[in-house]
Design a binder for this molecule. Structure first.
Ligand code: ZN
Ligand code: ZN
Length: 116
């Protein structure tokens, strides 16, 4: 798995008070996730399902404040982030590639929408 420079963060900040995670990328781009968006992207088998079975997030759950409260964030090697949520959920490894691919900023959203 090769990483393009665009998928390498130069700084990662988690503002637990504001509920924002800010990632600066080596190509100068900045990605800001609010914690709810981040929680909904949780890539773990429980949230997204596995082997064709739907996951918890496929049931369109109503997220409680405790489920979207960020309590900790671990770096997994040089390729991923693992947030810990206040409900104890910590099995989602968000790769930088996936975080960048899901960047919610207007520029990236427009690019994804146009299918480029
Ligand atoms: Zn999960
Ligand atoms: Zn973006």
């Amino acid at each position: 798995m090769s990483q393009s420079p665009a998928n390498k963060p130069t700084s990662i900040k988690a503002d637990r008070e504001a509920g924002l995670v800010t990632i600066d990328w080596s190509d100068g781009h900045r990605t800001e996730f609010d914690v709810v968006t981040l929680r909904l992207l949780c890539p773990c088998a429980f949230c997204q399902g596995e082997g064709g079975r739907p996951g918890w997030l496929d049931t369109n759950p109503t997220l409680t404040p405790v489920q979207t409260q960020l309590v900790d964030m671990r770096l997994i090697g040089s390729y991923a982030l693992a947030p810990t949520w206040a409900d104890g959920h910590d099995t989602g490894y968000y790769t930088y590639e996936a975080l960048r691919a899901n960047c919610p900023c207007p520029t990236c959203s427009a690019t994804r929408a146009s299918g480029v």
